[in-house]
Each structure stands twice: as structure tokens, then as C-alpha cells.
Design a binder for this molecule. Structure first.
Ligand SMILES: Nc1ncnc2c1ncn2[C@@H]1O[C@H](COP(=O)(O)OP(=O)(O)OP(=O)(O)O)[C@@H](O)[C@H]1O
Ligand SMILES: [Mg+2]
Length: 424
């Protein structure tokens, strides 16, 4: 399967450790240039180095406030450096240090915010005009001086915008990669699901053929054994009570076996639903009577909530009866000797944009354990001593044949619930 790594999120910067190291080397270069004996300058350059190293951690830790702090700190440090690298701050040859905060802003912020940060950096730089312009100053500035300042400031903006442009493109691209990665992951998951489904179907098909053949072959001898046992019973009943009793056992066990074989055949036989539009509640009621009549456990109260004027849905009545009988039987068995309440709801519903009718069968038994929820529709999954574990897989086959679906309902209290959707 294809494995997809998602590129970094949009606030992180392309991270390269050696870039940080080289930056420190260049800062060290600045530190050994004149004015060399100005210790303020060395300290500030050192602080800028620390700020640079600290920035990656800060931004990772606080994705929102981190960049703001980093840029503001760099503007402050740059402004301090200017003050300590020239007799007059505005004349300092270290003014390009402002590119640091400007570029940092361009890395993390949108264009408009980058412009604002650049404006702030420029204002900080131009604040050194104050000693020149104030009254009775010993300094003065001419037009050429203003031009030089304007050129420097425009370069700040130019660099900010160019870096920001590249960053915006980078972010867009990384977003689209991210999206692509998510789509790929989703497709991958679907493929895996489909693959598992196919494997399961293949296994089931093979198993089905085998079972059908075997069940068919078992049925004939069973018939003969049963017939013989009954004959023995008739012939010996009066003369030999023990033989009659044993013949009775044979006959009843054979009945059980043939019921089992029929169940396998139900499961294995290719289904052919012959549907005709009809009212699903009639079939449901018939199935309920059938299950309730044979029930020997605790008392079960049945609650019904059938919507009136239900649309007719195409059903194969015999197959649907199997569906309902299986689910009702499970519900009764789950409630067992304690008994409980069986709730039947039938209402119009929508599933995957298709209109139809949903039948909900809910009981107040112990419910289905979470670890079994994925498996109960697989054949031979059972928690019952006398169960085969075929009921629900027959149900889901029949529902597929009706182009419908079966789902487990979320139960508010205890119990299990199944929703059967029949499309119109
Ligand atoms: N209403 C329910 N409440 C609790 N558990 C249930 C319910 N319905 C199904 N189950 C669980 O799902 C398992 C599978 O059910 P399924 O009907 O497929 O097989 P079974 O009832 O065990 O055997 P059979 O083939 O005789 O139906 C059950 O053994 C049971 O553990
Ligand atoms: Mg069952």
C-alpha cells in the first residue's frame, strides 16, 4: 500500500539546522568588526543569535503568539544595535540588521501583516531622526540624506514583499500537498476495506459451495435414519419399551440435525429474491407470531410504533420472514429467562439519499459487547452454546439481495437494536 507522509503544517518554517549555525557564524563576523570595543554591541549581537535559535522552539510551542514575539523582539534588538554602532543611530552602517525582523515577519505572516511589521521596523529606525530634527540640534540632514533614508526604507519593504511572496506560494503548495495526502490516505483506507471485503466474499463463496454440497449429501442419509427409527418405534413400541425409547431419541436428534442442515443450506444456497411491493409490517407481524409461539423463556412485552401510510417496498416475503425471524429470535434469546421488552418500529427513512422504510428491532437484553460489534455479521460467530452463528450472516445476505442494509443501532440504555433499511 502507498504510504503518505504529510508535509509540515503551514505555520512552521522550512527548518534547517545548518542555516541557524551559519547565521551565528555571520553574527560572530559582525561582532569582530568595528566598533570592536563596544561591549553593548557584542551583547546585542549575542542576544540576536539567541533569539534566532530560540525562535523555532517558540513558534512550535506557541504557533499564534510565537511569531509575534519573535518579530517584536528582533525589532527591539535591531533598534538597540543601531544605537550602539554609530555616533548617530541614523548613520549606523548596521541598519541592514532590520532585514532580520522584516524577513522573519514575511516568513510567518500574511502580506498585509508583513507590511505592518515592516512599517513598525521602519518607524523604529526613523526614530533616530529625532536627535537630528529636534530644536537646537548640533546635527542636520539635507535632501540627499533623506533620499538615502528613503532608499533604505524601500529596500526593507521590497525584501519583505519578495520573501512573503515566496512564502505564500510555499504555503499554498504545502496546503495542496496536505490535501492530496489526506485524499490519498482516505482512498487507501477505502481500498483496504474493499480488499478485505473481497477476500471475505471469496472465502464465503468457497465455504458456501462446500457447505451446500455437504449439507445436501447429509440430508438423504438423515431421512433414511429418521424413517428407520420411526419404523422401529412402531414395530417395537409394545414389545420392547427400551428400544422404543432409544428409537425416540434417534428420531428427535435427527430432527435437530436436519434443522441444522437446513440452516446451512439457507446460508449457502444462492439467493434469488423475487420481490413485489408490499407492506413490510405484515411480514414482520407474521414473523413475530412464529417466534413468539415457539418461545419458552421469560415474559416478553412487545411495543409497536408503526408509522401509518407507509410506502410499499419491494420484498420477497419468504426471505424477509427469515430476516425478521432471525432477528426476533436473537432478541428473545438475548432476553432469555428474565424476559423484557421488545420494541418494533417501522417508519419512512432515507439512507444514502435513497428513500425507503426502516424496520427497527430493539430488545432489553444485555446488548452486544463492543468487541463483537464488527464480527457478528460474519458466519460462525456465536456466543451461544446451541448457536451456529449463521443467523445474522443470512440476514445480511438477504438484505444485500434487497439492495437494502442492516446496521446496529446505538442504544441509549441496555439492550441491542438492529435497523433494517428497505429502499423503495
Ligand atoms: N439481540 C442481541 N442481543 C445480544 N447479542 C446478540 C443479539 N443478536 C445477536 N447477538 C450476538 O451475535 C451473535 C451472532 O448472532 P447470530 O444470529 O448470527 O448467531 P446465533 O444466534 O449465535 O446462532 P444462529 O445461527 O442460531 O442464529 C450471537 O451469538 C450473539 O452473541
Ligand atoms: Mg441467531
Amino acid at each position: 500500500m502507498v504510504k503518505v507522509e504529510s508535509p509540515g503544517s503551514k505555520t512552521t518554517r522550512p527548518d534547517s539546522r545548518w542555516l541557524d549555525v551559519s547565521l551565528l557564524v555571520f553574527l560572530a563576523g559582525l561582532a569582530i568588526l568595528p566598533p570592536f570595543l563596544e561591549w553593548h554591541k557584542q551583547v546585542i549581537l549575542f542576544a540576536i543569535g539567541i533569539a534566532q535559535l530560540w525562535e523555532a522552539w517558540l513558534v512550535k510551542r506557541y504557533p499564534r503568539q510565537g511569531p509575534i514575539g519573535a518579530v517584536a523582539l528582533k525589532i527591539a534588538l535591531a533598534t538597540l544595535l543601531i544605537d550602539h554602532t554609530g555616533e548617530l543611530g541614523i548613520n549606523s552602517t548596521y541598519y541592514p540588521i532590520y532585514f532580520l525582523p522584516v524577513i522573519t515577519a514575511a516568513l510567518y505572516f500574511r502580506p498585509l501583516v508583513t507590511l505592518l511589521w515592516t512599517l513598525l521596523a521602519s518607524a523604529a529606525y526613523l526614530s533616530y531622526l529625532y536627535p537630528v530634527l529636534k530644536e537646537y540640534s548640533e546635527y542636520s540632514i539635507d535632501t540627499a540624506g533623506y533620499t538615502v533614508l528613503a532608499i533604505r526604507i524601500f529596500f526593507f519593504f521590497l525584501v519583505g514583499m519578495v520573501v512573503n511572496r515566496v512564502m505564500v506560494a510555499y504555503r499554498e503548495q504545502s496546503n495542496s500537498y496536505q490535501l492530496l495526502a489526506e485524499q490519498l490516505t482516505e482512498t487507501n483506507r477505502e481500498l483496504e476495506r474493499a480488499y478485505a471485503e473481497t477476500r471475505r466474499s471469496e472465502r464465503l463463496a468457497a465455504l458456501g459451495q462446500l457447505t451446500a454440497g455437504l449439507a445436501h449429501e447429509i440430508r438423504n442419509p438423515l431421512g433414511i435414519i429418521k424413517g428407520s427409527a420411526e419404523m422401529l418405534n412402531q414395530k417395537l413400541a409394545s414389545a420392547n419399551p427400551l428400544a422404543a425409547e432409544l428409537a425416540g431419541y434417534i428420531s428427535s436428534e435427527v430432527n435437530r440435525l436436519s434443522a441444522l442442515v437446513s440452516r446451512f443450506l439457507d446460508f449457502a444456497r444462492p439467493l434469488q429474491a423475487e420481490t413485489r411491493p408490499q407492506d413490510v409490517t405484515e411480514t414482520l407481524e407474521r414473523s413475530l407470531r412464529q417466534v413468539a409461539d415457539q418461545w419458552h423463556g421469560g415474559k416478553v412485552t412487545v411495543e409497536r410504533a408503526y408509522q401509518t401510510n407507509l410506502p410499499h417496498v419491494p420484498l420477497d416475503a419468504a426471505l424477509c420472514e427469515q430476516v425478521f425471524v432471525n432477528l426476533l429470535q436473537n432478541g428473545f434469546e438475548a432476553m432469555g429467562d428474565e424476559g423484557g421488552t421488545l420494541r418494533l418500529e417501522v417508519a419512512e427513512a432515507q439512507s444514502e439519499k435513497r428513500r425507503g422504510v426502516e424496520v427497527r428491532i430493539q430488545d432489553t437484553g444485555p446488548g452486544i459487547p463492543p468487541e463483537l460489534r464488527e464480527q457478528i455479521f460474519n458466519p460462525f460467530v456465536t456466543t451461544k452454546n446451541s448457536g451456529v452463528g449463521l443467523g445474522l450472516s443470512i440476514v445480511s445476505q438477504i438484505m444485500d439481495e434487497h439492495h437494502g442494509s442492516i446496521r446496529l443501532l446505538e442504544m441509549p440504555a441496555r439492550g441491542a437494536g438492529f435497523g433494517l433499511f428497505f429502499p423503495v
